[in-house]
Design a protein around this ligand. Structure first.
Ligand code: GLN
Length: 196
């Protein structure tokens, strides 16, 4: 889909990238799938979906996507990481430590809700972007253990930060594409500056 505006890139290595595409279509936004560094050219923003961060990391290394995504971020283009995508964006990863892009000053612990709680649906609060509670689906989700000084907490659930932002980088530990609630994607699209 392309409606004349630059598309939002969706990293399509693994995970539920198709549901992000559907959400963008509902919001009338153009999108394109990103598998290689060259696919980033012409994209106005990038979504890094959930999945398995170790698998994504391997793919990043094979395809040389790490430097390309860092360069994309340095151009000020918005990047939204959900769950595994948030893990890849973090400055520090625990349980176990693993390589990361370091674009977002948080410490994040993988699979931190424990094996008993494999997945859950919560009602979280994002007061700056929604007056109503936001439905949040957590699947083998990480927990943000530290939030750096320049990072804004935009959403909380169960007393924990679950949606954070640092400049052009946005990250959620939940899966906004799995609900009908368009709040988070609409907010992300709003970050795309005119002309970028
Ligand atoms: N547990 C996964 C990881 O550590 C993330 C799960 C998800 O993206 N839903 O990479």
């Amino acid at each position: 889909m392309n409606n004349g505006r630059k598309p939002v890139g969706i990293l399509a290595v693994q995970g539920d990238f198709e549901l992000h595409a559907k959400m963008l279509e509902r919001l009338g936004a153009a999108w394109k799938l990103v598998k290689r560094p060259a696919d980033l050219s012409g994209a106005a923003a990038l979504i890094m979906p959930g999945g398995e961060s170790t698998t994504m990391l391997k793919f990043f290394q094979e395809e040389g996507l790490g430097p390309a995504v860092k360069d994309f971020a340095a151009q000020g283009k918005p990047i939204f990481g959900t769950c595994a995508g948030a893990i890849l964006l973090a400055r520090e990863v625990l349980n176990p430590p693993q390589d990361h892009l370091g674009l977002l000053d948080i410490t994040i612990e993988r699979n931190a809700y424990g094996r008993q709680i494999d997945s859950s649906v919560e009602r979280g609060e994002c007061p700056e972007i929604s007056s109503k509670p936001v439905e949040m689906v957590f699947i083998r989700a990480p927990i943000i253990r530290r939030v750096g000084e320049g990072v804004r907490v935009l959403g909380r659930a169960g007393g924990l930060p679950v949606l954070v932002e640092q400049g052009n980088i946005l990250a959620a530990t939940f899966h906004p594409e799995l609900t009908k609630d368009e709040t988070i994607h609409r907010y992300f699209i709003g970050k795309i500056a005119d002309g970028k």
